[in-house]
Design a protein around this ligand. Structure first.
Ligand code: GLY
Ligand code: MN
Ligand code: MN
Length: 437
């Protein structure tokens, strides 16, 4: 669990990076309407949560370095006994101070009266412009209200700076507590994938396998998937973000499951592809082994000192070689790599940063160069081969095969640690687990 001390350390680190006489404003995620008066399940904004641990909507965090009366200010919903009967507990400004450590807190309804005074005289405002257009407009109104009083000596801030750059660099490096949570999240997801392998049989619907996965998440203490679970049988596995999950699973097909739980606001992200009936066909196994070799080589390249693109490049090389061996790609190897011929079959990158967001924050390039991998970073390695059912260029027996294998990898000073290692991924181990019902 992230402790109050850790949330405080994060704010202190950010405050140290901020310029003198500046202010940072970070807003909570808005509630989103599903239909009429029904909302989607609320999920706090990751930046806001990272710095506060506060779960409520309609909240604003303000950091004012060097402010004598306190640097950590919060605006949030007031206590309201009547609303709380309908919607549940609210911490209120008192709770924001006593439970979350704010130095000072105010009702969100008073923000128009209070925030201009905090902005006035500050040189620089750190703010993620464009993320919440309604709040952007409020902020401009507050700045203009200060401008309107310029002749009375009020000075509006002169500079708006993107907060993301500072904050996301902090989020990129996971503390030991964050690493522990992410390892547990990956272990829960691994268990869910094993459950799916053991329960799978022809005739089950994709969404029923999804339910088995998500059941395991909840039973292990995770409230939500970190993203929409993908369960694609047969050629649906070739649709990269397939989330309909509505088709029946067929004997003789593969099923691709890309699903990961979110635990305490941290994501896991695992993909496995396995035969619906428990046995790989010769063609499925041949393509699968190419993906697996590329994934293992990609993980091998996840080490301190290598740059971000190296694992990707390795997967491209192995997949190009493998597709040539199978006769699916024809031509001269280097030319196939240079012209990107593999992209007809492998059209995404090998991975992404992983953290509070499944596609987590953090720059991939620094000064136009791929960034070097460092301890504490967490990334996925997830190559795939997708042979469209409509691809007339390849022999019919390969068509409609879609395979991805994805693991979560923590970079450590000595090599990498595969957080999601507990799900089998060789064809032999998968078949053995599926036979063991
Ligand atoms: N599940 C999204 C991804 O693998 O990137
Ligand atoms: Mn995934
Ligand atoms: Mn992923």
């Amino acid at each position: 669990m992230i402790t109050r001390q850790e949330f405080a350390r994060r704010r202190e680190t950010l405050i140290e990076l901020m310029a003198e006489n500046s202010i940072a404003i970070i807003t909570a995620a808005p509630e989103r309407v599903r239909n009429r008066d029904v909302h989607y399940p609320y999920r706090q904004d990751s930046d806001f949560y990272y710095l506060t641990g506060f779960q409520e909507p309609e909240s604003v965090l303000v950091l004012v370095p060097g402010r004598a009366q306190g640097q950590f200010l919060m605006f949030c919903r007031d206590r309201n006994p009547e609303r709380e009967i309908w919607d549940g507990y609210r911490a209120g400004p008192e709770g924001a101070c006593s439970e979350y450590g704010a130095d000072d807190a105010f009702p969100i309804d008073d923000i128009d009266d209070i925030l201009p005074g905090l902005l006035e005289g500050r040189d620089r405002v750190y703010y993620a412009m464009g993320k919440d257009p309604a709040f952007d407009r409020h902020l401009m109104d507050w700045v203009n209200s200060i401008r309107a009083r310029a002749r009375a000596g009020a000075t509006p801030p002169g500079e708006f700076v993107d907060l993301d750059h500072l904050l996301h660099e902090l989020r990129l490096f996971k503390s030991s507590t964050e690493q522990k949570i992410m390892r547990t999240a990956a272990e829960i997801s691994a268990r869910a994938h094993r459950r799916a392998m053991q329960i799978c049989r022809p005739g089950l619907f994709e969404y029923q396998l999804q339910a088995e996965i998500e059941h395991e998440f909840a039973m292990a203490g995770s409230r939500f998937p970190a993203y929409g679970s993908i369960v694609g049988g047969g050629a649906n596995g070739c649709i990269l973000h397939y989330v309909e999950n509505s088709a029946p699973l067929k004997d003789g097909d593969l099923v691709l499951i890309d699903a990961g739980c979110e635990l305490q606001h941290y994501a896991s992200d695992i993909t496995r592809t396995f035969p619906v009936n428990g046995k790989f066909s010769a063609e499925q196994k041949a393509v699968y082994d190419v993906v697996l070799q590329s994934q293992l080589a990609g993980i091998e390249a996840c080490k301190v000192g290598n740059h971000w693109n190296e694992p990707h490049q390795v997967t491209v090389d192995v997949i190009t070689d493998g597709l040539m061996d199978l006769g699916i790609l024809k031509g001269e190897r280097n030319e196939l790599i240079e012209t990107g011929a593999y992209r007809d079959f492998y059209m995404h990158r090998a991975g992404h940063w992983l953290g509070m967001d499944v596609h987590d924050v953090g720059d991939y390039k620094v000064h136009e160069e791929w960034r070097v991998l460092e301890p504490g970073m967490v990334m996925t390695v997830e190559p795939g081969i997708y042979i469209s059912p409509d691809n007339q260029q390849v022999d019919e027996r390969w068509r409609g095969i879609g395979i991805r294998i994805e693991d979560d990898v923590l970079i450590k000073s000595k090599g990498a640690s595969v957080l999601s290692k507990d799900v089998p991924k060789t064809t032999r181990d998968i078949e053995a687990l599926m036979a063991d019902k």
